[in-house]
Design a protein around this ligand. Sequence first.
Ligand SMILES: [Zn+2]
Ligand SMILES: [Zn+2]
Length: 115
Amino acid sequence: MSAEDGIDPDVPPSGTDCVECDAEGLWWLHLRRCAECGHVGCCDDSLAKHATAHFRQTGHRVIQSFEPGETWMFDYVTNDFVDGPPLAAPTHHPLSQTTPGPAERVPADWQSQLG
Ligand SMILES: [Zn+2]
Ligand SMILES: [Zn+2]
């Protein structure tokens, strides 16, 4: 695949936190990485759903899980999983980073907030 397909394997991730949650002081459950520009955003089970918001804003259609041990890619346009080349490292957040995260902003009642 190529960048035209929503994947640029040479672009590193924006960081190891959700870009917008950091800006807004929010917390997330899982992280997803844009396979085209490297934007790291939070998943649809998080309150803010910034990864999907990034797709809506940019049209960047493919995400990869940014969770340790997960390598799946998902295409928002076809609404299906896709195979792609290995992306530039790091391909997941540090093992020391909590799920949900970041630890200092996760409320004690986080499970009921997501429920
Ligand atoms: Zn977020
Ligand atoms: Zn992107």
